[in-house]
Design a protein around this ligand. Structure first.
Ligand code: PLP
Length: 356
């Protein structure tokens, strides 16, 4: 029996990638596969994305980048969140490009290909503008190859947010300073949201994350197909009478006789306990409510008078095509973002299965 399983639809992924590559209108595309491919599996996602037209891969650490190389992937890879203490000789040996945010980090690098990152307003990673001229001069004088200048947007998922234009302006200024230092780098700035809604900011490459996984960062309608679904099975069915209370704390009580189905996925498998009494599952052809508290290993679903049997498939979240809940609906219900839901699905106990 299947306790709990995550199904990754690589055909949906390739569909999304093709759509996004098309929207990038001539710029190259990087598939961002950090956090084990947003919980979908970095290696299979990278391979499928390369088949569908991306030419670059992005990871947030050298470890993640080297995992891709060990799997035999030879496409260009950028790793961007490594501190100056990292041993970068492995990056050079494996041909992994390094994102550089400081002179200290640059000094740890020799013979590497680097992407100089400027902080244009996110105030996170990236070199602050006050130190940018120093960084580009040091890079120009070093034995590293400066491949690109890049930055990351704070509010691209809020169309019209004034910070986007301000960041773009700061980015253009930083590029001019790099040119004055004698560099002729490429440029990249756009994430998924900016790929979809700011074609003027595509520059030489876009970095595709959440949209590639089929989750739309914008309110505008897009033909994106969620890649991950989360399934389980009914392990036990029982009829209870009106007045029966369900699960720890007895937070729900049946108002009439009903059939309960026990489903073997709980908060240890990625079902947030905050969804207790607040979410449906797809079971026996309909949405049916979770009753009572989500437990560590199981949830209880109210099936009314429907015919349900042990072994019936349960979709906890899916593409939404049949009306089943989606990762986005989960996120909205508990006050987070779908990024956190899908990246949180990488758990040793939950099997991952690839289709398509
Ligand atoms: C995660 C990340 C992306 C992708 O962002 P999405 O919103 O998922 O498209 C792009 N660039 C950088 C630097 C990132 O960290």
């Amino acid at each position: 029996m299947t306790r709990a399983e995550v199904v990754i639809d690589l055909e949906a992924l390739r569909h999304n990638v093709s759509l996004l590559v098309e929207r990038a209108s001539g710029a190259e595309s990087m598939a961002v596969v950090k956090a084990d491919g947003y919980g979908h599996g970095a290696v299979p996602v990278a391979q499928a994305a390369l088949q569908a037209g991306v030419t670059w891969l992005g990871s947030c650490s050298l470890d993640e980048a080297l995992t891709l190389r060990e799997a035999g992937i030879d496409a260009p890879i950028l790793s961007w969140l490594d501190g100056p203490a990292e041993d970068f000789s492995a990056a050079v040996a494996a041909g992994v490009d390094v994102g550089v945010s400081s002179v200290e980090q640059l000094r740890a690098l020799s013979g590497a290909r680097v992407h100089l990152k400027v902080d244009t307003g996110l105030s996170r990673n990236g070199c602050p503008p006050a130190r940018w001229a120093e960084l580009v001069r040091a890079a120009a004088a070093s034995d590293n190859e400066v491949y690109a200048v890049w930055s990351h947007l704070a509010c691209a998922d809020e169309p019209g947010h004034p910070s986007v234009d301000l960041q773009a302006k700061a980015f253009d200024e930083a590029y001019d300073i790099a040119r004055e230092a004698g560099l002729t780098p490429k440029r990249h700035l756009a994430n998924s949201a900016a790929t979809l809604n700011r074609p003027d900011l595509h520059y030489d490459m876009v970095r595709l994350g959440i949209a590639m996984y089929g989750l739309n960062p914008l309110r505008q309608k897009e033909d994106l197909r969620p890649v991950m679904s989360f399934r389980s099975e009914v392990a036990l069915v029982k009829r209870v009478s009106a007045g029966s209370s369900v699960s720890y704390g007895h937070t729900w009580t049946a108002t009439r006789d009903t059939t309960l189905a026990l489903v073997t996925a709980g908060y240890a498998d990625g079902v947030p306990r905050l969804l207790s009494n607040r979410m449906d599952v797809w079971l026996a052809g309909a949405r049916r409510p979770i009753r009572g508290r989500v437990c560590m290993d199981q949830v209880i679903v109210d099936c009314g008078d429907a015919e349900v049997s042990v072994g019936d498939e349960v979709v906890l979240f899916g593409s939404g095509a049949r009306g089943e809940p989606t990762a986005t609906e989960w996120a909205e219900t508990i006050g987070t973002i779908d990024y956190e839901i899908v990246t949180g699905m990488y758990r040793p106990r939950v099997r991952r299965r690839y289709v398509g």
